[in-house]
Structures are given as C-alpha cells and as structure tokens.
Design a binder for this molecule. Structure first.
Ligand SMILES: CC(C)(COP(=O)(O)OP(=O)(O)OC[C@H]1O[C@@H](n2cnc3c(N)ncnc32)[C@H](O)[C@@H]1OP(=O)(O)O)[C@@H](O)C(=O)NCCC(=O)NCCS
Length: 140
C-alpha cells in the first residue's frame, strides 16, 4: 500500500539513512539528524507497506520564493513514478501557500525538466539561495 503524507519525527532516522546514502555517493548534500528534525515540517514522505520509499522537502525562503530540496527515492525503487508523486505533492503545496516561484539546485536537471522546471542561470537567483552551494563539497 502506498501513502504520501507530511513526515513525522519518528521517521527521522529512516530519512537520515536515505539522504546520507546518496550524500556519500556525492549525489546530494548530507543532512544531519538535527537539521532533519528542525525542518521536519518541510518534508513529505512516500511510504510503501510502511517503509519510506522516497522523501522531498519544500523550504520557504521568502514570500514569493521556495526551494524544493532533499528529494530522494530509495535505491532500487527509481523510475516507478515515486519522484514525480513527491514533486507533484510539493508543487500542490506551493499553490496552497500562494507561492509564485519554486527552484531546485540539482545534479538531475533531466528529471526536473520532466516535472516542468526550466534551467536558469544561477547568477539570476538571490544571494540567499547560495547558502547550500557554498556548503557543497563539489563547488570549488
Ligand atoms: C532523481 C530521482 C529523485 C528521480 O526519482 P524517480 O522516482 O526515479 O523518478 P520518476 O520515476 O518519478 O520519473 C519521472 C520521469 O522522470 C524521468 N527521470 C527519472 N530520473 C531521471 C533522470 N535522472 N534524468 C532524466 N529523467 C529522469 C523518468 O523516466 C520519468 O519520465 P516519464 O514521465 O517520461 O516516464 C531519483 O532517481 C533519486 O532519488 N536519485 C538519487 C538522489 C538524487 O539525485 N536526487 C535529486 C535531488 S538533488
């Protein structure tokens, strides 16, 4: 059985393992347990038979701008529409909040283009957006 809903604190450990599995491979930024707890209300989870199959977060930065971040589908469960379901859930949430713009910083532009995102020049984004880039080990 598949369910999609907002994350809850007892799921933090499983979320931590999922994110850091990909972080160790250099595919996404690591997140500490405390960062996951502090931002728990940003997160959406998809569960299949009680196990987390994917997660994603919406982090609001300003009254017209938010970041879709920390999107991860469990290894072995890719290409089954789980990432799409999470993005669609989050984009519905942005509309309910009255948000105008959503961006993401990603190594998977092809996936996000399929979700309707457009590639833009990062120089056009406000400096506040750069916090994660500055912390990214892959930026020289
Ligand atoms: C990237 C990721 C979230 C995609 O999730 P997914 O569940 O495999 O994607 P979906 O099955 O919902 O795919 C939706 C569409 O995007 C396509 N797609 C999936 N991954 C893609 C990729 N890496 N590049 C291009 N297209 C991709 C699918 O083929 C599908 O296309 P279709 O609608 O024409 O059939 C997942 O592979 C993942 O967690 N990767 C590791 C972590 C990561 O890189 N996260 C990105 C955030 S920085």
């Amino acid at each position: 059985m598949l369910t999609i809903r907002k994350a809850i604190l007892p799921q933090v450990e499983e979320m931590y393992e999922l994110v850091n599995y990909y972080a160790e491979k250099g595919l996404m930024l690591p997140r500490s347990r405390s960062a996951l707890c502090e931002n728990i209300r940003d997160f959406v989870v998809i569960e299949i038979d009680g196990q987390i199959a994917g997660i994603g977060a919406l982090h609001v930065l300003w009254n017209d701008l938010a970041e879709l971040r920390t999107l991860a589908v469990r290894s072995g469960m890719e290409r089954q529409g789980i990432g799409r379901r999470i993005v669609e859930f989050i984009l519905k949430e942005t509309k309910e909040l009255g948000l105008q713009k959503v961006f993401t910083l990603t190594y998977q532009p092809g996936f996000f283009e399929k979700m309707g995102f457009k590639v833009i020049d990062k120089e056009t984004m406000p400096h506040k957006v750069w916090t994660d880039c500055i912390n990214c080990p892959q930026v020289s």
